[in-house]
Design a protein around this ligand. Structure first.
Ligand code: HEC
Length: 140
């Protein structure tokens, strides 16, 4: 019985994953929308998030979050452009869930960064998403 349930879960998970790989969609579960970003629109948190983004995330996501980082070029599923509606329409909670969960080359950051820092990163991702082209501190 146990094996049956686990087997079914595995099958449906790998099926969902192959579907997502094909159409490029990655959808967070509805519950994720209930997580509230404690640092939403907090400028100090956004600045801290930016520092971390420019350490961990830019190689794939690009300094401006356009998904054009040098390390993302060869990936089978490209990092999405944070400024497109596909990303801007998602809740902070959904993006946080993705950062925690990971998928394919987007690894899970849950055990790598504190919860606080993960939310601050989402605050910065949201800022990039809504402000489009920003000059990174490295370009100034
Ligand atoms: C090795 C490359 C790589 C690195 C480094 C990386 N990502 Fe990603 N990221 C990806 C890829 C590829 C996807 C798309 C995954 C998919 O849709 O299958 C993604 C997706 C995402 C998404 C979901 C966007 C959407 O389409 O809904 C968020 C949010 C995100 N990354 C944030 C981050 C943050 C924050 C960091 C740094 C802590 C980071 N990523 C580091 C490759 C990377």
């Amino acid at each position: 019985m146990k094996i049956g349930i686990i087997g079914t879960m595995f099958l449906s998970l790998s099926f969902a994953d192959s579907v997502n790989q094909q159409d490029g969609l990655w959808i967070a579960p509805d519950e994720a929308n209930n997580f509230t970003n404690p640092y939403a629109e907090d400028e100090a948190a956004q600045a801290e998030g930016r520092e971390q983004f420019e350490v961990y995330c830019w190689p794939c996501h690009g300094y401006e979050g356009r998904g054009d980082g040098i390390a993302g070029v060869g990936l089978p599923v490209k990092p999405k452009d944070f400024t497109t509606s596909n990303v801007t329409m998602q809740s902070d909670g959904a993006l946080f869930w993705k950062l925690n969960t990971g998928k394919g080359n987007m690894i899970s950051y849950e055990s790598l960064l504190s919860e606080e820092m993960r939310w601050k990163l989402i605050t910065y991702v949201r800022y990039l998403a809504e402000n489009g082209s920003v000059l990174s501190s490295k370009n100034k």
